[in-house]
Ligand binder design. Sequence first.
Ligand code: OGA
Ligand code: MN
Length: 294
Amino acid sequence: MTILARPLHPLFAAELAGLDLHAPADAARIAEVKRLMDIHAVAVVHHDRTLTDAEHIAFSDRLGPIERRPILKVSGATDALRVPHHEIIDQSNLDETGAIYRDDDRRLFFKRANRQWHTDMSFHPVRATYSLLSAHEVPPDGAAPTEFADMRAAYDALPAAMKARLDGLVAAHSYWHSRVLGGGPAPTEEELRSRPPACHRLVHTHPGSGRKALYLASHIAGIVGMAEAGARSLLAELTAFATDRRFVYSHAWRVGDVVIWDNLATMHRATPFDDCNVRRDMRRTTCREAEVPV
Ligand code: OGA
Ligand code: MN
């Protein structure tokens, strides 16, 4: 079946009708999805039936290269995984027994840090390309939507003087920076060592579309060669500009939805909900710019 892209926002984001991620995808289909992703940057795919973990991994692997590293162990958490696949990041508020986290669970604080605008894995030297988030269980009434902002459109709209100022700037991204900013506990020594910061240009040319885009995230801890206060105010100004409502698409989830976003063209954030009482089971795979040895 041909894929029909139905725009969800004036600037970006489309529902891809005619795409069924349960079905194996051949090379032509994958090429078409990538072509549409280069245009729309966020794709919503509805399904009546939730993807199995195996189907989710299989499709992501075709988009690839998929991230397979064992997920980060949060200090104090058990080794047991609720979702027993190293390719899947468990973005739920559920512990390894399937129960909602107790409100003092460290993992809950780390999850809440996703409520800051970010791109996935920018704290890694090999950046994430696509993320694929699959909805297994969602709060009622469309609560806890995920918001996306178009970093290409935001860059285009910047005043020329700001574009000139950003030219060549390099930012240092740290996972722990955003966790602490988001109200999380200070990282342990072991956690700090497990994810050192990574540097990336603040403005880059998107490899698929050739468009310039901001590469921003709450993970940014500083700008190389810039004093801390100056960097902080520049980042705050840029983030406020780039996440203005005109650049934002908000996705209200239905069970079975898979949203694919391009981390090199967008930022995203989770939104608050009653996470100590209401279940939300979301599972993510991530693709990378290049294969990274496990
Ligand atoms: C993610 C993420 C937001 C959400 O999976 O990377 O940021 O709404 N999720 O769960
Ligand atoms: Mn994320």
